[in-house]
Design a protein. Structure first.
Length: 339
């Protein structure tokens, strides 16, 4: 009997392994083909101020900001930067201020295994920055454009600048805000710079726990995280597997831009095998958990991911500008077509 059970277990393990391999290969084929795009070199609509866009990343990823770890002096400098940029853009706060403080406790499994490292750390002074542009439609809903501004700070005497992760997303979010300020939207567009993403998506969770408007009016989360560094001119849009109606919106924008947009990384590994599922990998995760449709734009991991080498000099500047133009197009297309 024991041998029979062992044989059955081994057979099941082999079958599961084979399934993971086959499912992964199938998923890789599915996501390998980008959406139709404009021909390389085709003149596209320049929707963003490229100098401002790149300057924002350079500033946030500078040594002065110390890697922007939650609760540090570098984080406070990033908050002052966001306050000034939100004011300059003419965004409106919900209530009296853009800054929305929150607190959380971070629990580290490494703390259980590493001598001298705390298992629990309190973050009593975390801050989200939230502003919006009101929609013109009488039945306006809310689209939340989000990007986390925190990163890893300094570790073992080394600075982690976080240029791609996620100064790039913040800069793109600000570029979208500038566009909609000059081109008033139908729906209300909320711009959310979240804190504490690297410590468990804490800013997004805090925002959703105290929404400044009825949840029923929240139509979409457009989350931007790592959108400036890819050597193959490729970016992924995740979320359409959950909400197929978003696919044509992304496809319309992709067709007007030269960046290769791929749909994927939004299926469970029971379906996608070994292919990573990014559903909970960034601030769109809590929105998804709350039943809110999302589109997450990001590149696949690169050698500089969560490394001291994630500097402004390492981003792909032309790619980033092209992606930012694409993202403005996606946001505008969503605003125009969401009902």
């Amino acid at each position: 009997m024991r041998k029979s059970r062992m044989l059955l277990a081994a057979t099941l393990l082999m079958a599961a392994g084979a399934y993971i391999v086959v499912a992964g290969q199938s998923e890789l084929k599915r996501i390998a083909v980008p959406l139709p795009a404009a021909a390389p070199g085709a003149p596209g609509a320049a929707r963003v101020d490229s100098a401002q866009l790149l300057g924002d990343v350079r500033t946030l990823a500078s040594a002065e900001f110390g890697g922007r770890r939650t609760g540090t002096e570098g984080s406070r400098k990033a908050q002052a930067f966001l306050q000034a940029r939100f004011e300059a853009l003419g965004l409106r706060p919900f209530g009296g201020a853009f800054a929305e403080p929150f607190a959380f406790t971070h629990k580290s499994i490494k703390g259980l295994l590493t001598p001298g490292k705390a298992y629990k750390t309190e973050y009593p002074k975390s801050v989200n920055y939230i502003g919006f542009i009101p929609g013109s439609a009488t039945d306006a809903r809310y689209i939340v454009v989000s990007a986390h501004y925190d990163h890893l700070g300094e570790k073992a005497g080394k600075l982690y600048p976080g240029a791609d992760d996620n100064a790039s997303g913040v800069a793109a979010m600000l570029a979208i805000a500038k566009w909609f300020k000059a081109h008033p939207p139908r729906h209300s567009i909320v711009f959310a710079a979240f804190d504490g993403e690297e410590l468990g998506l804490q800013g997004a969770r805090a925002f959703l726990a105290a929404l400044p408007f009825p949840k029923a009016r929240l139509a979409l989360n457009l989350n931007l995280d790592m959108v400036s560094h890819n050597d193959s001119n490729e970016i992924y849009a995740a979320g359409t597997s959950y909400t197929p109606a978003l696919t044509p919106l992304v496809a319309q924008a992709a067709a007007r831009n030269t960046v290769k947009v791929k749909l994927g990384h939004d299926r469970s590994q029971l379906v996608a095998g070994s292919v990573e599922d990014w559903t909970g990998s960034s601030d769109h995760g809590p929105f998804h958990d709350a039943g809110v449709p999302f589109l997450y734009f990001g590149v696949e991991d690169h050698d500089d991911y969560h490394a001291p080498s994630d500097t402004f000099e390492r981003i792909n500047q032309k790619f980033f500008v092209d992606v930012a133009n694409l993202l403005v197009d996606v946001a505008e297309t969503a605003d125009r077509n969401l009902r």
